[in-house]
Design a protein around this ligand. Structure first.
Ligand code: NAG
Ligand code: NAG
Ligand code: NAG
Length: 559
């Protein structure tokens, strides 16, 4: 099973003082890629981590990933222990040391002594105290997820073996994977499809006839999502839909893209279209949790010279009218009245102005919205105040990030950087920032893409947490980004409450949650070049100190 590929630098993540119940865990098969390390999955091998089981009240478990090569490595210890606890960083095994005998011994035995601190890149240690207080609670989390686009469907369809698809599904949605529970899908096509498409494309089909059957371009996607639900065992998959564009005949420019809006004559038709799609998905075994008022409405208004893919323009004024007079009443008076409606589905710079203008046009139209959806692309340029002002203006809305990926900007490599730890850090930094701002959930973009960052019909290429080898279609690579997201999604289930987690200095970035099972999960991020001693002080459990390596991310779990 191991070592057949000479180039594979095999990474074996050791289980240090295992606390039981982890028999199903399978370590990452590390491979050196151009920009760092990835984990390789094939039809007969993929890494998983059973969630830690705590057997004693004062016990904690720590899951760790690092730039050097830890990937969901687990360790454990106890509150109240005087000595410092250490998470050893990954050590590259000497090639001659990697043989089947040794591997099997390492895999089923606990070999804490195999690690020494000499392996650390850094000789500096900084320290920080982290104060956790479960009595100070904030937002209740909805969850984490990714998007199932036409590009994902195409790639999975071409996998050599069905077992590889099952590994992809379980890697994201199973408990022993990243534990996702959210999913975004497009209503019709999107920019990551092989062609622009919509339901009811025939000119003048105002009756939306044919919408009681899946379009040929949706058949395979729906089948795959159903398989995903089956093999991953995801308990409460929350699916959010968004339309990129109406069929051209409903639009002012009669095109898929460019400066085009929905014709006034079709406001009711477009609302009906959404209802018909919700019903269609439900009839086909995929109940819909939420829809948005449309993907990136400003693309068809301000950015039509840059955006080459499916888009439809809305101003806040026109969207207020459509929502208040058509979509809102259509949904709320239907059998799907409890569907969650998200507004905006666009970038930070439009917050909160978008909602103020909507309310100005149709007073209280924003009452139809249960939630606000944000795309992360301009988070680094438009500061937190855009979100803080929005929260002050419309409190009590569910806030989710509904799209994120790297490679959309002219100054970024618009392609996957295989193994990039820096991209994982960018994710973790923004997840932390937005969760601290009160976001309830996060849905990433394409769960997987090919080596070039596609495919799609406009050659719009970006990175993704899993990259598929399309030379062979028999393996995929889990990027550091996958683990970065997983450090949030895996141990922070739906219904977790964010609690106060206050580090004594900037060497640690963190958020913490009180889970529905009353356990505490905290994400710990050391982006520095130095190792870090963290003294964790919990208002109920007491204290322990752990040393974590430079450039590492952890999830701490305790009672
Ligand atoms: C594997 O390595 C061990 C320790 O170096 C050595 O004793 C053993 O003979 C090796 N096995 C094979 C099959 O090379
Ligand atoms: C929306 O507009 C109405 C009417 O002008 C006003 O009463 C209401 O307070 C506004 N809502 C918000 C959240 O500002
Ligand atoms: C995909 O597989 C082929 C054949 O094994 C290999 O040559 C190529 O390097 C792989 N691609 C990547 C990105 O690892």
């Amino acid at each position: 099973m191991f070592g057949s590929r000479g180039i594979l630098a095999l990474g074996v993540l050791l289980l240090i003082s295992v606390i039981g119940g982890q028999a199903e865990s399978i370590p990452c098969k590390l491979k050196d890629a151009d920009h760092g390390k990835v984990c390789v999955c094939t039809a007969d091998y993929c890494d998983y981590l059973e969630n830690p089981i705590l057997t004693e009240d004062n016990e904690f478990a720590l899951i760790s990933s690092s730039k050097l090569g830890l990937r969901f490595a687990t360790s454990s210890g106890k509150f109240g222990t005087e000595e410092k606890f250490t998470v050893p960083d990954y050590v590259e095994p000497a090639p001659e040391a990697v043989n089947a005998t040794i591997l099997s011994r390492l895999l089923d035995k606990v070999v804490a002594s195999a690690f020494t601190l000499d392996s650390r890149e850094s000789s500096i240690t900084r320290s920080v105290t982290l104060q956790l207080d479960r009595s100070k609670t904030h937002q209740k989390m909805v969850g984490f997820g990714g998007s199932y686009t036409g590009a994902v469907t195409y790639l999975v369809e071409n996998f050599k073996q069905p077992e590889l698809a099952d590994h992809l599904y379980k890697s994201f949605y199973a408990e022993e994977g990243a534990g996702f529970n959210l999913m975004r899908v497009s209503i019709g096509g999107c920019d990551f499809d092989l062609e622009a498409w919509a339901y009811a494309e025939e000119e003048g089909n105002t009756q939306l006839s044919g919408m009681d059957e899946l379009d040929a371009r949706d058949v395979e996607r729906v089948a795959q999502i159903k398989r995903l639900v089956e093999v991953s065992g995801v308990k409460n998959l929350l699916v959010k839909g968004a339309a990129w564009s109406a069929p051209p005949w409903m639009k002012t420019n009669n095109k898929w893209t460019g400066f085009g809006r929905l014709k006034r004559d079709y406001y009711q038709t477009w609302a009906d279209y959404h209802l018909r799609w919700i019903k269609l998905m439900e009839d086909n075994g995929i109940p819909i949790w939420a829809i948005s008022t449309g993907n990136e409405p400003l693309n068809g208004i301000f950015f039509m010279f840059f955006v080459k893919f499916m888009s439809m323009g809305w101003t806040p004024q026109t969207q207020a009218i459509w929502l208040n007079d058509y979509l809102g009443p259509a949904i709320r008076n239907s059998e799907f009245k409890d569907i969650i409606l998200f507004g905006n589905d666009d970038q930070r710079y439009s917050f909160p102005h978008w909602f103020k203008m909507m309310n100005y046009t149709r007073p209280n139209s924003i009452d139809y919205l249960d939630g606000l959806a944000l795309h992360w692309y301009w988070d680094e340029i438009f500061g937190n105040s855009f979100i803080e002002q929005t929260k002050a203006y419309v409190p009590d809305k569910i806030m989710i990030v509904s799209e994120s990926c790297i490679g959309d900007k002219p100054w970024q490599a618009a392609a996957p950087l295989l193994g990039s730890w820096e991209r994982a850090e960018k994710y973790v930094r923004d997840y932390l920032a937005n969760i601290k701002l009160g976001f309830h959930g996060w849905i990433d973009w394409n769960i997987c893409l090919d080596e070039a960052g596609g495919p799609n019909y406009v050659d719009n290429t970006v990175d993704a947490p899993v990259i598929v080898n399309t030379t062979t279609f028999d393996e995929f690579y889990k990027q550091p980004m996958f683990y970065g997201i997983g450090h949030f999604s895996k141990l922070v289930p739906e219904g977790s409450l964010r609690i106060d987690a206050i580090p004594s200095n900037v060497n640690l970035d963190t958020v913490a949650f009180l889970r529905p099972d009353n356990k505490i999960a905290a994400v710990l991020f050391n982006s520095g070049r130095a190792d870090l001693d963290i003294s964790v002080v919990d208002s109920v459990r007491g204290k322990f100190t752990v040393n974590i390596p430079a450039k590492s991310i952890h999830t701490l779990l305790y009672n």
